[in-house]
Write a protein that binds this ligand. Structure first.
Ligand code: PBG
Length: 330
């Protein structure tokens, strides 16, 4: 028989704070609030019905009408922001449609601003990859390489077109050097001092973007490794964030989220501005697929994954579950 008296009495009993649901709720260090969630949305030119995405069950390419309805639904659930991606009918080498005032992305942004006004933050994707016929995030030089500085001029044109729609925050996701400064400069010059910039500071060349490329009908052959970051590099993520802060970023972001929580934590440590994280398409698809097979509990996995991203230091989280999750939280 074991003698209980031989067991030393613990000096500390952390379990005391886990005894009841009320106690756990009281001492929780983080909690997800609908306002911390941003819903990424896709609008596709020329669609007559919303088109479901096979690799992202529950996510669709919207028509202009279904976009408006989904925006209202998100707003009613209390979601903090909407991030819009456009899928144009026609593409060319310089992504002309991206900066046309009535191009699908700008028309979509205008529709969102019309629906939600100032009640929800309307964010734009500011990048050329959906609009170029080669699928790269920038324009190419004679040798077929992504031309950084020529791309900045296109980003400036996109920024002015997007700001003119009334979008509140421009999401610079192209990973060109100097993109924040270039965009900030034309916004200030043309009277858009209040239009804010969310910099995708540490954006990695990630396999977890796979389903997104279906969502935007990506034309890309090859990869983005000459502009997106190497997953091996953490320190470089801090360098990118530091540069974006110096260039005037209002928010810095880390993307993807779950495989880069270390980078997120370090950026959150040094950043004087709010820090966002993007739970990307592949992260969504993994949880949906495992849940569909009965291998994990869907709701718990979604809540835990978003909470982990907040615990690592994100002030807000872009997630395709934003509306559904916000609904559970109310
Ligand atoms: C590029 C862009 C990408 C994503 C957001 N913006 C794809 C890429 O860099 O290839 C990915 C988002 C996701 O996977 O959910 N404009």
């Amino acid at each position: 028989m074991t003698t209980l008296t031989s067991v030393p009495q613990p000096l500390e009993r952390p379990r005391r704070l886990r005894t009841t649901a009320a106690m756990r709720r009281l001492v929780a260090e983080h909690r997800t609030h609908p306002a911390d969630l941003v819903l990424p949305m896709f609008v596709r030119e020329g669609l007559t019905e919303p088109a479901p995405l096979a690799s992202m069950p529950g996510v669709v390419q919207h028509t202009m009408d279904s976009l408006r309805r989904a925006a209202i639904e998100a707003a009613e659930a209390g979601v903090g922001g909407l991030m819009l991606f456009g899928v144009p009918a026609a593409r060319d080498a310089v992504g002309t449609a991206a900066s046309e005032p009535d191009g699908i992305l700008n028309a979509g942004l205008r529709a969102l601003v019309e629906e939600v006004g100032d009640a929800v933050v309307v964010m734009s994707d500011l990048c050329l990859d959906e609009f170029t016929d080669h699928g790269h995030c920038g324009v190419l030089d004679g040798a077929g390489r992504v031309d950084n500085d020529a791309t900045l001029v296109r980003y400036q044109e996109m920024a002015l077109a997007q700001a003119a729609t009334g979008a509140h925050m421009l999401g610079l996701s192209g990973m060109m050097d100097g993109q924040v400064a270039a965009v900030r400069e034309v916004l200030e010059r043309d009277g858009y001092a209040d239009t804010s910039v969310l910099a995708y500071s540490a954006k990695y060349a990630s396999a977890f973007y796979g389903p997104f490329r279906d969502a935007v009908d990506s034309q890309l052959r090859g990869d983005r490794k000459t502009y997106q970051m190497d997953p091996a590099n953490g320190r470089e993520g801090l360098r990118e964030a530091t540069l974006d802060l110096a260039e005037g970023a209002d928010v810095v972001m880390v993307k993807p989220a779950l495989s880069y929580l270390d980078v997120l934590a370090e950026v959150a440590e040094l950043s004087p501005v709010p820090v966002a994280a993007y739970q990307v398409s592949g992260e969504y698809a993994m949880i949906e697929a495992a849940a569909a097979n009965g291998w994990i509990e869907r709701r718990r996995a979604i809540e835990e994954s978003v909470l982990s991203i907040q615990r690592a230091g994100a002030d807000f989280v872009l997630t395709y579950w934003a509306t559904e999750l916000a609904g559970w939280l109310r």
